[in-house]
Ligand binder design. Sequence first.
Ligand code: NAI
Length: 382
Amino acid sequence: MEPIRWGIVGGGEGSSIGYIHRSAATRDGYFRLTCGAFDINPERGKRFGMQLGLEESRCYASYVEMFRNESFRRDGIEAVTIATPNATHYEICRAALERNLHVICEKPLCLTSREAEELLKLAKERNRVVGVMFGYAGHQMIEQARRMVEAGELGEIRIIKAEFAHGGLSAAEDARNESLKWRLNPQVVGPSFVLADLGIHPLYLIRAIAPGLNIKRISCRRQSVVKSRAPLEDNAFVLMEYDNGAVASMWVSAVNAGSQHGLRIRIVGSKASIEWSAETPNILSFEPASGSPRVLRRGMPELYPSAMAEDRISGGHSEGLFEAWSNLYRRFAIAIRGKAFSLHEPSWYPDIEDGANAVTWIEKCLESSNQDGRWVKYESCV
Ligand code: NAI
């Protein structure tokens, strides 16, 4: 079967996320980059697209022009990735769905749950796939963790401790480039900085590993440690209670001085605990309540078959974020074209409902923190 004809909006020259999208989407041959509106600066975007080998006529000045022109072509795109700053996701995603395109959208899906509901409705009406790039979920050891929870190896889940706390913006003057500057502008990110930029990654990892858990209540406190950033928070603590009685705490921060990345998660069950860190993605710690702890490694035959199925190079070699994203792009491709498109089995992936739930979670965190951390009820908008 021919690859999915695919375009990108954003992700232009010098952007932080364009390269990994192009690399991950095209790595397994499921997607072919066909066109793009890569940049807010049309000239720079056109130059960049041509440098990537695209025809000049398919390097567009804007997503509006791209969606319109592509929809008139017999060989027009079938899917688009949206890799632009947050405030633009909603309008671009809506425009893509209105042209019957499948979408891979960067997180957060949009800025409000009302927007999320509209996108959900439209995606359903048009019967289109919308994947949301919670990229860490594509790591092999996350699949392994999910299967371990499913098989009851941890027992009943009791406690979750999650963090995404880096120190990349520890001082006010650290917002030194364009990629960082818009993250501190409420007109581009909405009312939240780190909850939306970072917190929804561990939020989705919890969902990916333990999909049976549903949040009941949230309490959040957030701070602008660098005062000039107010009202946006650069640090936050979130407590969550789940419907099975489990409790979770999450720390998100951009001012954890010295931390390079800092995404990690520990899940404590009645029989055992597991722990995973994005900085060492090829290992998963398994600590039974009694007996010796073990370190499970990527690519080893004792892993669950679905984790091994995504193995790209034999154990002992390292895999990383690019492979994790490629795994997700493969799952998006199977969702778009169907099972016959791939030798791989269809699998779960972060979808529009997960994207919408994350947007609601941000709103609930803000609602709680604006009332001094009062517990607020969480209800999914899905
Ligand atoms: P960036 O500022 O580095 O790049 C944004 C790119 O979009 C630039 O090339 C810019 O010219 C282009 N652009 C802006 N508005 C546009 C428009 N209307 N039409 C076409 N192009 C436009 O931003 P970055 O860091 O790459 O972030 C982009 C998105 O990716 C954000 O939503 C961010 O939250 C998300 N992101 C996700 C990550 C993940 O792990 N899934 C990691 C980093 C960012």
